[in-house]
Design a binder for this molecule. Structure first.
Ligand code: BEZ
Ligand code: FE
Length: 303
């Protein structure tokens, strides 16, 4: 590979050049002709077409391509079973959200999905209805309640609700130095499809930004911050599993959430309660607390 730093010649100036570029593209796409898996073939051919279109459109220089390879190499080196830099890259480029949007088709008034994120852990503790998912997590108490129904308006008893969130300092339990479980649990809806639990009022936090993706964000002048949110994963037999969060109305980060996860329908009123306001479950709280309602609507499975 040569290392010319000059921008390659603009397209369209020389028909022989155009023909060479087009001929290369066609040879590469034809190389998949004998692929027996039609979906894989479609994915590869389209990938090559879009990639070549990008290279030709921006007239990618060889040093730029080398820098891109170096960036991806650094993403690989920092990734392990706990840190997944490629998912972060997909998140900050909006690719995760676009995939979610394509795969969670609008259906009636079904609740919208949003990004899963890297902090879900299987095997969370179960709490009873009205229980506290915060455990040892610091933060201001927050009462969360609502219902789970189908798009036909039928209550869904026994729906499983997984909830997880960062603590009041913006850290998930998996980021602690010890193995404490905090700010995560699951519960089931009652006979009327209702649910309720204590959590902590969500706070903003940065995505992991000490690696190549964080460096990229800094270089392009973007913030690594996520708007304050509380994660939900809701499942019920016969319904499409919903992975989503709720966001805090008034949060100044709603418009600049670094993974593009915010949808207006998911922004909720977290009503601030003054110290001394009687709290659900008879809980005695010294300071302020908040409460929020989130009614969840599940689309039918297979939609
Ligand atoms: C999260 O919300 O937990 C998250 C989502 C995407 C990237 C990093 C964190
Ligand atoms: Fe999160």
């Amino acid at each position: 590979m040569t290392t010319s730093t000059s921008r390659a010649t603009a397209p369209g100036t020389d028909p022989r050049q155009q023909a060479r570029e087009q001929d290369l593209l066609e040879r590469v796409t034809r190389s998949f002709d004998s692929c027996e898996n039609p979906r894989l073939k479609e994915l590869m051919v389209k990938l090559v077409e879009h990639l070549h279109a990008y290279i030709r459109d921006v007239r990618l220089t060889e040093p730029e391509w080398a820098a891109a390879i170096d960036f991806l190499t650094r993403c690989g080196h920092i990734s392990d079973d706990k840190r997944q830099e490629f998912i972060l890259l997909s998140d900050v480029l909006g690719a995760s959200m676009q995939t979610i949007t394509v795969n969670n088709q609008a259906h009636g008034d079904a609740t919208e999905a949003t990004v899963f994120g890297p902090f879900f852990v299987d095997g969370s503790p179960e709490v009873p209805l009205g229980g506290d998912i915060a455990g040892p997590a610091s933060g201001e108490p927050c009462w969360v309640e609502g219902t789970v129904t189908s798009t036909d308006g039928i209550p869904l008893p026994g729906a499983r609700i997984e909830v997880w969130e960062a603590d009041g300092d913006g850290r998930y339990d998996v980021q602690y130095d010890d193995n404490r479980t905090a700010g995560r649990a699951h519960l089931h809806t009652d006979e009327e499809g209702g649910y309720r639990f204590w959590a902590v009022t969500p706070t903003p936090y940065p995505i992991p930004h000490d690696g190549p993706v964080g460096h990229l964000l800094e270089t392009v002048g973007r913030s690594p911050m996520r708007a304050s949110h509380l994660h939900f994963m809701v499942s019920h037999p016969g319904s499409r599993t919903l992975i989503t969060h709720i966001f805090v109305r008034g949060d100044t980060l709603l418009d600049v959430d670094t993974v593009f996860g915010v949808k207006e329908s998911l922004v909720k009123d977290f009503q601030r309660q003054q110290p001394g306001t009687p709290a659900p479950t008879g809980r005695v709280i010294d300071g302020p607390w908040s409460r929020v309602r989130f009614d969840i609507v599940l689309a039918p499975e297979g939609t």
